[in-house]
Design a protein around this ligand. Structure first.
Ligand code: GLN
Length: 551
């Protein structure tokens, strides 16, 4: 029997960025899964950075870490969450990464003396990577999101790659352009012209879109669908309405209202196997999102606010989503409030404001800005028995706070913040000192999935329900072993450790002391999924709900 060929769907953007290409790509994957196909997703980022690890979250949003330690774009998180699967470094590439491997191959004489050219060798490398990702995942359909918008200089080589793939196997490659249709207040009418221009720009890369995903405030009407069809060379049925929705998890459901799944399959010459059980579970989850009325209030105390609330949400997207899943599954509507850590520095009065929250979370971070504010918040949460969840930096700072205020080591600190402190309770990891000295700072933290053993009778062990866990990491510092005994003698419990017992992965206070005071050296948020909320987040949210009941 002839092996069925693998299909590729390219998702590109038009008009403006930030209209949800990542969510569209994730949703397309989701609905194809719903129709019974195995799917994988690839993100192509046009910047020259080799990975997202060297970029400031205020500029680029969260750095999403994969199991294999790759530091990637937050859209990879969307794919994992929507598709309910873990991806690998094969699923992520940047201009920098592609050029780097071409240059390395050239240095190894892998091109056999040929002249290595931007075209075709860069597109060839991209094609190889796309095909490898499809192969490794054994996917029937590969969804590829090309970052940026059409008409930009940056992503032109990736469009050229897509064109080459199409011309080689026309029946196996599809294009969807996610475009924006503004409704200027002065005109009061939805305008199609910018999208027409975007499609022309795509045409000039010799690519004809198969679908236009029409992003707008309100659903697009028939008149405008017809107009776009006429001027963009598509049928009106290929213009898919994509209005703003309450939750991103509505997007696949909305697409299915326009039968996008069936339409894509038809164009690819595939049959629908009918929507399956996982799809109904998704619908069930979305119903919970809409039904939840009663709130649970969680404060997130961070520092990446520089560009306002919007950027904040982008900097901590996985944490925000993880809280949402646990809250919705508990029938609650999460009310997330972001507080700037620096606000709490020196101003004792504002700490009392924290009483209004059902739970407090301190996420990961780097450097000294805002640290004293976070420490004050953690102390308040501990002393006032407000459920506290510290992630990575949030765990390290909880240990510092405990060392200062319970053990009495007033100058306790992390080497990252104060290397002169007499009580370095958080120290640099083995091998990391060398990395820093040599300026080897890209992709060199302790990254990705590692195993940890859980201690019986602890909150962590109770929440997970198993003895061994695997979680993703991203850090250079860790709890200093020489302080573990002293900290434990005063009541702090290290409930999760690396299998050899040298790395403290979870710190907590016993339930008799505090309803929920727990920090993890790893990032549990990267493995939280809408249909499978993370157990530690659920335990934290549960404690927050209990507090609300008592207040
Ligand atoms: N800055 C700390 C470290 O490198 C924490 C990192 C984080 O929160 N991701 O160990």
């Amino acid at each position: 029997m002839k092996k069925k060929s693998r299909k590729y769907i390219f998702v590109v953007g038009g008009v403006i960025s930030g209209v949800g290409k990542g969510i569209t790509a994730s949703s397309i994957g989701k609905i194809l899964q719903a129709h019974g196909y195995s799917v994988t997703a690839i993100k192509i980022d046009p910047y020259v950075n080799v990975d997202a690890g060297t970029m400031n979250p205020t500029e680029h949003g969260e750095v999403f870490v994969l199991n294999d330690g790759d530091e990637t774009d937050q859209d990879m998180g969307n794919y994992e969450r929507f598709l309910g699967m873990s991806l690998s470094r094969d699923n992520y590439m940047t201009t920098g990464r592609v050029y780097l491997s071409v240059i390395e191959k050239e240095r190894a004489l892998a091109y056999n003396g040929r002249c290595v050219q931007v075209v075709p060798h860069i597109p060839y490398e991209v094609i190889e990577r796309i095909e490898r990702a499809g192969e490794k995942a054994n996917a029937e359909v590969v969804v590829i999101e090309v970052g940026g918008t059409v008409g930009e200089y940056e992503n032109i080589l990736f469009l050229e790659t897509a064109r080459m793939m199409k011309i080689k196997n026309p029946a196996d490659v599809l294009f969807a352009i996610v475009s924006y249709l503004p409704t200027p207040t002065t005109v009061g009418e939805m305008k199609t012209k910018p999208t027409q221009h975007a499609v022309r720009a795509l045409n000039s890369a010799a690519i004809q879109p198969d679908f236009i995903i029409a992003r707008s405030n309100t659903p697009i009407d028939t008149k405008r669908k017809e107009k776009l069809a006429l001027f963009c060379n598509v049928t009106p049925e290929s213009v898919i309405s994509a209005p703003d929705v309450e939750s991103v998890y509505d997007v696949p459901i909305n697409f299915e209202k326009d039968d996008l799944g069936e339409k894509i399959l038809k164009k690819l010459g595939l049959k629908s196997h009918g929507r399956n059980g996982r799809w109904h579970e998704w619908e069930g989850f979305v119903r919970k999102v809409h039904r939840a009325k009663d709130t649970v209030r969680i404060a997130i105390v961070g520092k990446y606010f520089d560009t306002g609330d919007f950027m904040f949400a982008d900097s901590y997207v996985s944490i925000i989503e993880a809280i949402k899943y646990s809250a919705y599954h508990a029938g609650k509507k999460p009310e997330l409030v972001w507080l700037s850590a620096t606000e709490f520095e020196g101003k004792k009065s504002s700490l009392a404001e924290l009483k209004k929250f059902d739970g407090i979370l301190v996420p990961g971070g780097f450097g000294s800005r805002g640290v004293e504010g976070k420490l004050a918040v953690i102390r308040y949460a501990r002393e006032h028995k407000i459920p506290y969840f510290g992630i990575c930096y949030g765990m390290q700072l909880a240990v510092i706070e405990y060392a200062r205020n319970v053990l009495g080591f007033k100058d306790a600190n992390s080497r990252e913040i104060d290397p002169k402190s007499k009580h370095i309770v958080i120290d640099i990891m083995e091998g990391q000192k060398e990395n820093i000295e040599k300026g080897n700072l890209g992709g060199s933290m302790r990254l990705g999935a590692y195993e940890a053993k859980l201690k019986k009778g602890t909150i962590a062990r109770g929440a997970y329900g198993v003895d061994t866990i695997i979680e993703r990491h991203r850090h250079r510092f860790e709890v200093a072993l020489e302080y573990v005994e002293a900290l434990e003698a005063k009541g702090l419990v290290f409930s999760g450790c690396s299998p050899d017992g040298t790395l403290m992965e979870i710190a907590e206070l016993p339930k008799s002391e505090h309803p929920f005071f727990l920090g993890t050296q790893f990032h549990p948020e990267f493995q939280a999924r809408p249909l499978d909320p993370h157990k530690l987040f659920s335990a934290f949210v549960k404690a927050a709900i209990e507090r609300k009941k008592k207040r």
